[in-house]
Design a binder for this molecule. Structure first.
Ligand code: BTN
Length: 256
C-alpha cells in the first residue's frame, strides 16, 4: 500500500504534486486527468493509480504494470508557458526520472530518444505526453509516467527488454521516496526549461549513449538508417545518411 504520509514528508515542491490524487484503479491516469472529471483543474495536479485497466504507451501500444508494485501516474500541465515548447517536456520528464534514479540508487541510466529510460540497455520507464485543444490551442496537457519499481517478472513480449529498479538493485525500493524525488526534480527542471531550455537539452544529450552511433529508426512502415548526428533545438533527431542530413520527428530508435 502506498503510504501518503511518507510521500508527503519527502515532497519538496511548491506546485507539482501538491494536489495529489490517489486512485486504486483507473483506466489510464493520462485519460482520466486529460478528459475525466472537471475536478482536475489545477496546474501540477498528480493522479497516481495502483492499477490501470488500460494503461497506454507510445504509438498506441499498451503499458503493462503489475498492481501496487510500480509507479504509474500523470501530471497535469495547464500553464500555457509550457505549451510553447511542448517537445522539451519529453526531455524534462525523462531527465527528471534519470537524475532521480541516479541520485537515490546510484544506478547509471541511459536515455533513449525520445523519452525512454534505460538501465543496462533495458527499459525501466516510459513517458507518454498527451494534450487536448480548444480550437488550435492546447488547453490541457498531461505528462504520463510509468516506472517499473518493484516488479521483477515481465511475462509479455516487449520491443525493448524491460527491467525494474528492484531487478537492477537486487532489493526492493520505496515507492513513496522515489515518487517524491521524481516530482522534486521535475518541478526544478520544468522551471529551468522556461529560462534555460538549452541546458535541459545539453543535460539530456549527455545521457544519451546513442548520439554519434549508427542507428535504425522505425516509423510505421518506413525504416531509416544512418548516424545519429544530433538533436536539434526542437528535440528532433538529425540523422546523417550517406548524402544528407535528415530531421526525424518520431520513431523507434535502435543501435545497429
Ligand atoms: C511508453 O514507453 O510507451 C510510454 C508509457 C507511458 C505509461 C504511463 S503509465 C501512467 C500514464 N498513463 C497511461 O495510460 N500511460 C502513462
Amino acid at each position: 500500500m502506498f503510504d501518503l504520509e511518507k510521500f508527503d514528508l519527502k515532497l519538496n515542491t511548491d506546485v507539482i504534486g501538491r494536489n495529489f490524487i490517489y486512485a486504486e484503479e483507473v483506466h489510464s491516469t493520462n485519460t482520466e486527468l486529460l478528459t475525466g472529471s472537471k475536478l482536475y483543474k489545477k496546474h501540477g495536479t498528480v493522479l497516481f493509480a495502483e492499477k490501470q485497466k488500460e494503461g497506454k504507451g507510445r504509438k498506441n501500444r499498451a503499458w503493462y504494470s503489475d498492481d501496487k508494485l510500480n509507479l504509474t501516474f500523470s501530471i497535469l500541465i495547464t500553464e500555457p508557458e509550457y505549451f510553447k515548447k511542448i517537445n522539451l517536456l519529453n526531455f524534462v520528464a525523462s531527465l527528471s526520472l534519470a537524475v532521480s534514479i541516479e541520485n537515490l540508487y546510484q544506478l547509471r541510466t541511459d536515455l533513449k530518444w525520445p523519452n525512454d529510460i534505460l538501465i543496462d540497455n533495458k527499459k525501466t520507464a516510459g513517458i507518454l505526453i498527451e494534450s487536448t485543444s480548444k480550437g488550435s490551442r492546447i488547453d490541457r496537457l498531461v505528462i504520463g509516467i510509468g516506472l517499473n519499481v518493484n516488479q521483477i517478472a515481465f511475462q509479455r513480449k516487449f520491443t525493448v527488454e524491460p527491467t525494474s529498479l528492484k531487478k537492477e538493485l537486487g532489493q526492493p525500493v520505496e515507492r513513496e521516496k522515489t515518487l517524491a524525488e521524481i516530482l522534486n526534480n521535475m518541478e526544478e527542471m520544468l522551471n529551468s526549461s522556461i529560462n534555460f531550455p538549452d541546458k535541459i537539452l545539453e543535460d539530456w544529450k549527455a545521457k544519451c549513449k546513442m548520439i554519434g552511433k549508427r542507428i535504425t529508426v522505425f516509423n510505421d512502415d518506413v525504416t531509416k538508417q544512418g548516424i545519429f548526428n544530433d538533436i536539434d533545438k526542437d528535440g528532433f533527431i538529425i540523422l546523417r545518411t550517406d548524402d544528407k542530413m535528415e530531421t526525424l520527428h518520431s520513431g523507434d530508435v535502435s543501435i545497429l
